[in-house]
Design a protein around this ligand. Structure first.
Ligand SMILES: [Zn+2]
Length: 128
């Protein structure tokens, strides 16, 4: 497992950023120079695709053949897979860091990559 990697260098000050400080899902600040950084665009997209595929393949591998059940299971599994991958993968395949730019997302017509990860866990049950 990597702690520091050549890839996780701050593009601004060239300092090596500890992988524990690298945030995959949201921009983060370089601990040395304070520049706003993010991981390179395709990295997170790849993790999402892998998570999505695993969320469908795992129940299939365990013998689930009901499409509705697969669909229902894939939603929480996707979240679990993505959380696991986000935690693990950066240590084995360190992402390249780029300077965070707010205009990039809208330029490519993408939604803010963070919004669908922060689903409000609002289980307001008994309001009595
Ligand atoms: Zn820096």
């Amino acid at each position: 497992m990597y702690v520091y990697s050549e890839k996780t260098r701050c593009p601004v000050c060239q300092a090596r950023v500890n992988l524990e400080q690298v945030r995959l899902l949201q921009p983060f600040v370089c601990p040395i120079c304070g520049a706003e950084l993010q991981v390179v665009d395709g990295y997170l997209r790849t993790l999402r695709i892998i998570s999505f595929v695993l969320a469908w393949l795992l129940p299939l591998a365990f013998g689930v053949r009901n499409v509705l059940l697969l669909f229902i299971l894939s939603v929480p599994l996707y979240g679990v897979m993505l959380a696991l991958l986000v935690y693990l993968v950066k240590h084995f395949f360190p992402p390249r860091l780029v300077r965070h730019s707010r205009s990039d997302g809208s330029m490519l017509g993408l939604r803010d990559p963070d919004t669908d990860n922060r689903r409000p866990q609002h289980t307001s049950g008994g309001a009595k």
